[in-house]
Design a protein around this ligand. Structure first.
Ligand code: GLC
Length: 562
């Protein structure tokens, strides 16, 4: 059992996509000087830690997740000195910083790969995964996660290399000890500089099956438009030999032992939902995401209860939950859960859910002002190569019309949630200096109140909703680290639960009405006398909750039990 809580159990995390957060030099791309200028916004919001999406040099074929140097800063983001200033300034505001660590693959422009592909006997040949073809085709029928074959033929040496994602992201061969040594050097480089941990990209794909069998999924890689759209069962059948192969746990234990040599409780967060990544004795990752919750198309009280029951019961004793509803790969919360009529109320409800459930919450930049997905206007605006590949596959392999392919790509492109942060209502949204052309268009709703400046002084704004709620969470031990216990388990419209901190002798009741009608809630007897701490309704006249508690439509209510 956890006895003393670590910083990463108590902090609210906030993901920054560096390209889209703040552009100080006017090239239309975010940078460290821009981010430094916005740290006060995060401090005032109550953020305790930043997860920074990749900031390394990269040709940006996968928006920075294709790294060409693991120990430097992308020149368009600034210099290593700028990074150090960013880290120091964040720490000065009690904000920790974790970096994105992409272990599975590098960019094909990384000097390691350039050497590896140069000849079959180059000393770095075995740093990547090279195989002979079979019967005039690739070594196996494996699919890449972003579609198409997972093997790319390289005419220079007449062999194929393996890539779990884009062909510009060749997989590193983690069975080669030199790869591991080089990557652990990079990890130490950042830890020595003082970063507080890492978010591990795509942990499950690090190893493949060396016997290289064909999978038996009925469709070939050319027939599947987008492997990411398959159900979890179909996906695991397709990716049988490419994900979660033996070796991962040993590797993560090694990394954990490495970071544990550093003081200050550095943290490892895995881009995965599998609780076995916590290890056998708290010896792998500290946090894995509750993706099953995020995958639900609509969050209903009964689905959330079922998710929590399963999740909390399957977590090893000393592991801590971690919840999120959006990130740079997914639809924004506002868009995903909106019904077109009550979007603002629903967005508040989902924010309240994140900030009151047991576990570390991860927020995504812009959600605090209610940013929404942007549907781009044309194919030329798409920057996400995975979406461009989808377009190409649909038109060239799947016989779809250009219109159909365009519509599918505009809906699927991850650009939809990566548009520049909206700091004010100007043409550049306060993201870039005036007159700059931003790398992705700004959402037009920045002129309709969806921006920081317009929301700052409005007590009813989304921004102030997040601020108040985060502050409440941070000042209320029960909400932050307390246990979770369901109340009124059969209520189909409302999610009601207690958060209980025995050490602080404090219990809070959280009641969320997911319906557009007012609802009654059945409280346990002890929950009836309670002080209202927070509500989206005016409950100022109520000293205590009534036994027959009524919640207004979409109400968020938090109360402390006497
Ligand atoms: C992870 C990242 C995603 C990236 C992929 C390949 O899933 O979140 O953005 O494209 O890994 O690196």
């Amino acid at each position: 059992m956890v006895t003393e809580f670590k910083w990463w159990q108590q902090a609210v995390f906030y993901q920054i996509y560096p390209r889209s957060f703040a552009d100080a030099n006017g090239d239309g791309i975010g940078d460290f000087k821009g981010m430094i200028g916005k740290l006060d916004h995060l401090r005032d919001l109550g953020i305790g830690a930043i997860w920074l999406s990749p900031h390394y040099p990269s040709p940006y074929i996968d928006c920075g997740y294709d790294i060409s140097d693991y120990v430097d800063v992308a020149p368009e983001y600034g210099t290593l000195e700028d990074f150090k200033t960013f880290l120091t300034e964040a720490h000065a505001r009690n904000i920790r910083v974790i970096l994105d660590l992409v272990l599975n693959h590098s960019s094909d422009q990384h000097p390691w790969f350039q050497e590896s592909r140069s000849s079959r006997d180059n000393p770095k040949r075995d740093w990547y995964i090279w195989r002979d073809g079979q019967n005039g085709g690739p070594p196996t029928n494996w699919a890449a996660i972003f579609g198409g074959s997972a093997w790319e033929y390289d005419p220079a040496t007449e062999q194929y290399y393996y890539h779990a994602f884009l062909k510009e992201q060749p997989d590193l061969n983690w069975r080669n000890p030199e790869v591991k040594a080089a990557m652990w050097d990079a990890v130490r480089f950042w830890l020595d500089m003082g970063v507080d941990g890492f978010r591990l990209d795509a942990v499950a794909t690090i190893y493949e099956d060396f016997d290289l069998p064909n999978h038996s999924y009925p469709l070939s890689f050319d027939e599947i438009p987008d492997p990411n759209s398959l159900s979890p069962t179909e996906y695991s059948q397709l990716m049988k030999y490419q994900v979660k192969r033996p070796g991962m746990h040993e590797l993560l234990k090694e990394l954990r032992a490495l970071i544990d040599q550093y003081p200050g409780d550095r943290v490892l967060v895995g881009e995965d939902e599998d609780v076995t990544f916590h290890g056998s004795d708290d010896d792998e990752l500290h946090l894995v995401f509750n993706f099953p919750l995020m995958r639900l198309k609509r969050l209903t009280p009964s689905d959330i209860r079922a998710n929590q029951e399963l999740r909390l019961s399957e977590l090893p004793d000393d592991a801590w939950p971690c919840n999120t509803l959006n990130n740079h790969d997914a639809s924004r919360v506002w868009t995903r859960y909106g019904d077109g009529e009550h979007d603002a109320a629903l967005a508040r409800l989902h924010a309240a859910l994140m900030l009151t459930l047991k576990g570390t919450p991860f927020l995504y930049y812009g959600e605090e002002i209610g940013m929404t997905n942007l549907k781009l206007a044309s194919k030329d605006q798409i920057r996400d190569t995975a979406a461009l590949n989808l377009y190409q596959r649909m038109t060239q392999k799947l016989g779809k019309s250009a219109d159909e392919a365009l519509e599918a790509s505009l809906l699927a492109t991850r650009d939809r949630c990566r548009t520049p942060m909206q700091w004010d209502n100007s043409a550049e949204g306060g993201f870039s200096p005036s007159g700059s052309t931003t790398w992705l268009p700004l959402h037009p709703n920045r002129t309709r109140g969806v921006n920081v400046a317009d929301q700052l002084d409005d007590p009813t704004s989304m921004l102030n909703f997040y601020r108040r709620l985060i502050q409440l969470r941070q000042n209320t031990p029960a909400l932050n680290t307390g246990d979770y216990q369901v109340v009124d388990p059969d209520n189909s419209s409302c999610l009601v639960f207690l958060r209980q901190d025995t050490k602080a002798n404090q219990t809070c009741l959280v009641a969320l009405n997911f319906s557009e009608e007012s609802q009654s809630v059945v409280l346990d007897s002890e929950a009836k006398s309670a002080e209202v701490l927070f509500s989206t309704e005016d409950r100022s006249g109520e000293a205590n909750l009534q036994p027959n508690l009524r919640l207004s439509p979409f109400e968020v209510l938090i109360a402390q039990l006497a």
